[in-house]
Design a binder for this molecule. Sequence first.
Ligand code: FMN
Length: 166
Amino acid sequence: MDILLERRSVRDYTKKHVKNKDIQYILHAGMSAPSAKNTKCYSFIVIKNKETHKKIANILKGAQMILKAPLAILIVGDENKSYEQYFQQDCSAATQNILLAATAKKYGSVWCGIYSNKDREEKIQKLFKLPNNIKPFSIVVIGKNANKPQNKNNWDTKKIYYELWE
Ligand SMILES: Cc1cc2nc3c(=O)[nH]c(=O)nc-3n(C[C@H](O)[C@H](O)[C@H](O)COP(=O)(O)O)c2cc1C
């Protein structure tokens, strides 16, 4: 629970790289996410190359923080492998697991959305040479926090209903 409450979207990083063993840990968390009918239709592309980061920033206006980050992970889903059309949910779960694992290892991270915007999807698909059935879902940008993230408390009783919507 501590990790859940600690996680924040972090968009400013130091130049420090992400250790390979931490990348493995974070990927392990991604592939441990729940998956409809356990198809595990998600895969992950580890992206350290700064030229590729620049190309991503040109495509995803909401991902400018990648220019300062040492690492990004692209989460993709195999439409052919997924149960019904659940690849989005599978990839969401994998994305959240990656954010939490990064938090556990004391990195800052942020979820950058790709799906479901056709223009973004097509451009990312082309950049990474993804076959048609492999759908780009999100990019998680990861690095050492440049600043201490502000505390937050999202507890909100207005979000809770008991038994009925009233
Ligand atoms: C589907 C989805 C897409 C998102 N896309 C972006 C994005 O493109 N750029 C960004 O900076 N943050 C993005 N975020 C992060 C949200 O802005 C962030 O989670 C929200 O403001 C709450 O802040 P917190 O994560 O610190 O609790 C996205 C989050 C989700 C769930």
